[in-house]
Ligand binder design. Structure first.
Ligand code: F6R
Length: 248
């Protein structure tokens, strides 16, 4: 596992955007897994900039998302689908048919999960971006989720629902109670995981994820078992770490 700690948040975003740029140059048909949430937003802005500068071409790239709320129409202003379009997809030349996102409003959620898992098996994700949730989740795999899990529907923990406030939801009772997510085994199938975290509030979580026991009680700890992981942190998120890391 490579742990990289950056002095500057923009340098952190550029590093990850450059990883994606290099991947696409090497393999224009690469499948990339994108995350929602606040953490990767700077990376997406940098990717849009690269696209506008003509240095990156997304026309043959395939995109997958990690998760979605269950019960919200896909085009709801607060859905993850809308968030990904607004943050990135609407601003680059990725083809609509190459964007694969979970539909939380599917009539048959079980079939939706099976269909998504099959697609992910057909096109292995080359690089999966990840963030860590305040309860240690990755995607919407909440504490207690099996490490063998595939794409599935989950009951969201209150911590995750509270984190959704500020993303368009004004009151907690508007936040859906369920999500649909790539499973932990699904995520582990990606060739490279890029885990990003910044800010003081993530520091104890980052420590537990990278130095703690690998346990289903703390889902993101599973990344310790992946053969190719790059962890990209700012100094605040790295401040409790005892394991060696590289500074940039
Ligand atoms: C989002 C996702 C979540 C977030 C995590 C961190 O698609 O899968 O696991 O990555 O909750 O969220 P932020 O970045 O908002 O701190």
């Amino acid at each position: 596992m490579n742990i990289l700690v950056f002095y500057d948040e923009r340098a952190m975003d550029s590093y990850v955007a450059d990883l994606i740029l290099q991947l696409i140059r090497k393999d224009p048909k690469a499948a990339i897994g994108f995350a929602t949430g606040s953490t990767p937003q700077g990376v997406y802005q940098q990717l849009i900039q690269y696209y506008q500068d003509g240095v990156i071409d997304f026309s043959t790239v395939t995109a997958f998302s990690l998760d979605e709320y269950v019960g919200l129409p896909s085009h709801h202003p607060n859905s993850f689908q809308t968030a990904m379009h607004q943050a990135l997809f609407d601003h680059i030349n990725i083809k609509k048919e190459n964007i694969h996102m979970l539909h939380g409003d599917a009539l048959d959620m079980e079939q939706e999960c099976i269909k998504y898992e099959k697609l992910l098996n057909e096109k292995q994700v080359c690089l999966q971006l990840l963030g860590i949730g305040m309860d240690g989740h990755i995607a919407y795999n909440e504490p207690g989720t099996s490490f063998q899990s595939s794409t599935h529907v989950v009951d969201l923990h209150s911590e995750s629902r509270i984190s959704s406030l500020g993303y368009g939801f004004e009151h907690l009772d508007e936040v859906p109670y369920q999500g649909v997510t790539q499973g932990i085994a699904t995520i582990m199938n990606a060739k490279l995981l890029v885990m990003m975290a910044y800010g003081h509030q993530k520091a104890p979580l980052v420590k537990r994820m990278l130095e703690g026991e690998v346990t289903e009680k703390f889902p993101s700890s599973i990344i310790q078992k992946h053969p190719h992981v790059i962890v990209v942190l700012d100094q605040a998120a790295a401040k409790e770490l005892e394991v060696p890391y590289e500074t940039h």
